[in-house]
Design a protein around this ligand. Structure first.
Ligand SMILES: NC(=O)c1ccc[n+]([C@@H]2O[C@H](COP(=O)([O-])OP(=O)(O)OC[C@H]3O[C@@H](n4cnc5c(N)ncnc54)[C@H](OP(=O)(O)O)[C@@H]3O)[C@@H](O)[C@H]2O)c1
Length: 306
């Protein structure tokens, strides 16, 4: 951290004031990014000591949420969850002339309610999602999604550049960034859970996770290629099964469930795949391709015991 303190002569008129509410791992990384870029940065955290490192870097500590909000036109919020955001917003009756950028991860519905709460207080609301870990913030690899009030986003775009990488506009619906964030997490969690299940299966005959890794990487490459084709199929509502069809793939999914049970592994991951394929086959789509299962995601889910 040595040498990162922002010197007063680095602060120019073009460097707008920013307030950061919430100094957990992510809030600290965001505030550090603004400080490094030369923005006068006021910081507030429920547990004040957590901001001490940032104060050493040149941040101004605020004693209250209100004091932080008064200090800057751009207020960036990074808290644990939506209820923490509401708790904090309830401490500021007035946000006139302020743009609040919520970077707390929420559901789209919570994002809508946060946006409404900001607007009701006279502020402009942008709802974003940080798609990287704290050490990647303010580097070229950072990806931050934004949605909501486009003109407020445009007004602060140059300041948001301090967070690095790509500032990606997703749409005017306040929940758009949260939804995309969740869709990407869906893909990530699904992939890594499938990987871990596959590792457990490979280990049955003594293969280590490291030995399995190159095989797994080939399948990740294949999945990426397949995703391109599936996206075309889903968008065109055509699911050609000329090269591989659901009836054939269902057999492999059945084998996966069978071997998981036989080896006393939780079959939930392959069973979800099998169930969706079976539903498509039962509905008369045995000869179609994998993308056809998207129709069956909208069916009522099975009862989950316990
Ligand atoms: N860390 C990551 O890798 C990562 C990546 C992408 C997105 N995010 C998102 O970034 C957000 C912050 O994550 P984080 O990693 O910084 O979490 P964290 O380190 O656990 O920090 C949580 C922050 O929320 C504050 N907080 C919790 N409840 C509060 C309340 N009721 N009132 C006021 N403040 C409250 C905490 O204050 P105290 O210090 O007083 O407890 C702390 O500042 C989350 O929405 C997370 O999903 C995180």
């Amino acid at each position: 951290m040595k040498g990162m303190t922002v010197q007063p002569n680095e602060i120019t008129d073009s460097k707008r004031e920013v307030a950061v509410l919430g100094l957990g791992a992510m809030g600290t990384a965001l505030a550090t990014g603004f400080l490094r870029a030369g923005h006068p940065t006021t910081v507030w955290n429920r547990t004040r000591q957590r901001g001490e490192g940032l104060v050493k870097l040149g941040a101004a500590p605020a004693d209250s949420v209100d004091e932080a909000v008064v200090a800057a036109g751009l207020v960036v919020v990074s808290l644990l969850d939506a209820s923490a955001v509401f708790e904090v917003l309830n401490q500021v009756p007035q946000l006139e002339g302020r743009t609040v950028i919520n970077l707390t991860s929420t559901t789209p519905e919570q994002a809508e309610r946060i946006s409404t709460a900001v607007i009701e207080r006279g502020g402009s609301a942008v709802i974003g999602a940080v798609m990287v870990t704290p050490p990647m913030v303010a580097t070229d690899d950072a990806v931050v999604l934004y949605s909501g009030d486009r003109s407020a986003f445009d007004e602060h775009r140059a300041t948001l550049a301090a967070l690095g990488g790509e500032a990606t506009w997703v749409g005017d619906e306040p929940g758009a960034a949260s939804l995309l964030d969740l869709a990407m997490l869906d893909l990530f969690y699904g992939s890594v859970t499938a990987f871990i299940h596959a590792v457990a299966l490979a280990r049955v005959k003594g293969m280590s996770a490291g030995e399995f890794l190159p095989f797994a990487q080939r399948m990740f490459d294949l999945a990426a290629l397949t995703a391109t084709e599936l996206a075309e199929d889903v968008d065109s509502l055509r699911y050609p099964g000329d090269e591989n069809n659901l009836a054939m793939m269902l057999r492999s999914a059945e084998h996966l469930v069978e071997v998981s049970i036989a080896e006393e592994l939780d079959p939930a991951v392959p069973e979800t795949t099998r169930r969706l394929m079976q539903a498509a086959v039962d509905a008369g789509h045995a000869g179609e391709g994998y993308g056809r299962i998207i129709k069956h995601l909208h069916a009522p889910p099975p009862q989950i015991d316990g």
